[in-house]
Design a protein around this ligand. Structure first.
Ligand code: AVI
Length: 309
């Protein structure tokens, strides 16, 4: 982390990786974000699963009676996935759920809650990064890979394409991918989702600085920083920043590094891309995939897309 922070803050514009948001406090704040009235993606994806679970289940379990492995990349607390798991079980699908995460603690919590809520479910958690997990799956069963919650929106376009291509390279013709995409819509609705009235998203962004104070011994003065976010409908990107309210120098003793900030200079902390259907189809094609089903909500805010090689 120290090396990344030093490298990111030596660039212009200064940048920090959004992967550092998710320490214990950041994960707690993200749980709160998902409940906010302005943050529609989680609720909307959940509604798609609740209202169209039967059709989604059929699209995923494409060959009736054939056992398959349901691999979820970045499962989190699994609250949305549980709706889907319930639906598949109700349909009598024969599958093993394999949540993938680099955090053993998160996987243990998920496995524990699943054993209570869905005791009939077979669960085989995989503690690994996404591609090691896919490469290490020595099974002849077809697999269905889930990447939900518009996590794909947090990649830069080139990284996103590379990620899709890598995912596609792990799929055989019988395999399927289900990806959640947040769709382009009224720009004001999108912007409000990342600048909520209770300031939870601001706290989530500022927690990065708290984290560096805690873990790298940095001396960020939190009163001298603000959360700022914008949405650009042309690129489809929500970009989040931390803004330095005054000229200041921050020390990172453990990284043997000091960083100067001009007044109102920003640190770019996150991208959350929003997509159109034609764009999703083009991206899929470029990765050697095709869109088989496009499940969306009434307002067309979010889409869960089934892709096949
Ligand atoms: C995890 N990811 C999909 C969230 C998003 O919407 O980009 C993270 C987030 N950042 C601010 N609010 C939510």
């Amino acid at each position: 982390m120290a090396a990344h922070v030093r490298e990111g803050l030596s660039r212009l514009p200064k940048t920090l990786s959004s992967m550092y948001f998710y320490d214990d406090e950041g994960s707690r704040l993200f749980q709160q974000i998902m409940q906010l009235p302005e943050y529609y993606p989680t609720r909307t994806e959940m509604a798609i699963f609740t209202e169209q679970g039967a059709a989604i289940g059929q699209a995923l379990a494409s060959q009736p009676g054939q056992p398959f492995r349901l691999v979820e990349l970045g499962a989190g607390d699994g609250s949305k996935t549980k709706v889907l798991l319930q639906e598949l079980l109700a349909q009598g699908a024969d599958f093993t759920y394999a949540p993938v995460d680099i955090s053993g603690g998160a996987l243990a919590g998920l496995a524990q809650s699943l054993s209570q809520e869905l005791p009939q479910l077979r669960v085989e958690p995989i503690e690994a990064d996404y591609f090691s997990a896919l490469a290490g799956l020595h099974t002849h069963e077809p697999k269905v890979v889930l990447f939900l919650g518009s996590n794909i929106g947090n990649f830069l376009p080139a990284d996103r394409q590379e990620f899709l291509q890598q995912l596609a390279s792990h799929l055989t013709p019988a395999d399927r991918l289900l990806i959640g995409f947040d769709l382009q819509k009224d720009p004001r609705i999108i912007r409000a989702a990342y600048d909520d009235s209770q300031g939870v998203t601001a706290a989530f962004n500022l927690n990065l600085l708290h984290r560096f104070n805690r873990e790298l011994g940095a001396d960020f003065d939190l009163t001298a920083w603000e959360h700022y976010t914008d949405y650009d409908p042309l690129s489809g990107a929500v970009r989040s920043f931390l803004v330095s309210r005054r000229a200041q120098t921050v020390q990172f003793p453990e990284a043997d590094f000091a960083c100067r900030f001009a007044a109102w200079e920003v640190i770019h902390t996150e991208n959350s891309y929003k997509f159109s259907r034609p764009q999703i189809e083009t991206m899929a094609r470029a990765a050697g995939l095709r869109v088989q089903h496009f499940f969306t909500d009434e307002r067309q805010y979010f889409a869960d897309v089934v892709l096949a090689p």
